[in-house]
Design a protein around this ligand. Structure first.
Ligand code: URA
Length: 210
């Protein structure tokens, strides 16, 4: 596997991804599983979060003890499926700021275009965790990270639950400096750019739409 690509092989993550894949898993459970997997993956992806020493009075004495500097983390879900992962990271770092990026695909060129982008300032001083459960062709993830870099973002990580090899390759070629945290690497894309075996349309399954 490429440098900067981390496949999380923890048994709990793998078990929950199998439940996600099952077409019988309903909206409620699907949402809960997405959040739980995000928490488990976030634990590892945020291993290098900056800490600051805070003065604390214990029942015994006053000391300085490290705490996560939540102000330094920005979560950026890619609309709309990335929203399903946001709560999982906020469970770990409740004070993180949340930006949003919305992209649509041009019907003719298939190129992603930004229709919404709101990022917390100052973006250049934050660790930025971009969220999208599915890394398929990589087009949206690449475009989202392009926008974040154009706005001054520097320390960026990308987190997805399932990736296709095509998406990893494309993303890594465009942004070799951005680590990819992935729950499972699937086989390939089909002719409609769905991941195989995948789990179908993550956005539809999170929001109960069709
Ligand atoms: N987006 C999805 O939600 N599912 C896929 O399989 C590919 C892209």
């Amino acid at each position: 596997m490429k440098e900067n690509v981390f496949i999380m092989e923890h048994p709990l993550i793998q078990h929950k991804i199998s439940m996600l894949r099952d077409e019988r898993t309903g909206t409620n459970e699907f949402r809960r599983l997405i959040e739980e997997i995000t928490v488990l993956m976030g634990y590892e992806a945020l291993r290098d979060l900056p800490l600051e020493d805070i003065k604390i009075k214990t029942p015994i004495e006053t000391c300085y003890s490290p705490m996560v500097s939540g102000k330094k983390l920005a979560i950026v879900p890619i609309l709309r499926a990335g929203l399903g992962m946001t709560g999982g990271i906020l469970t770990l770092v409740p004070s993180a700021k949340v930006g949003h990026i919305g992209l649509y695909r041009d019907e003719e060129t298939h190129e992603p275009h930004e229709y919404f982008c709101k990022l917390p300032a100052p973006i250049d001083q934050r660790t930025i965790l971009v969220l999208d459960p599915m890394l398929a062709t990589g087009g949206s993830a690449v475009a989202a990270v392009n926008f974040i870099k154009q706005h001054g973002g520097k320390n960026i990580k990308f987190m997805c639950i399932i990736a296709a090899p095509e998406g990893i390759k494309h993303f890594h070629e465009c942004h070799p400096d951005v680590p990819i945290y992935c729950g499972h690497l699937d086989r390939c894309l089909n002719e409609n750019a769905y991941i195989c075996p995948g789990l179908g349309d993550a956005g539809d399954r999170i929001f109960g739409t069709k």
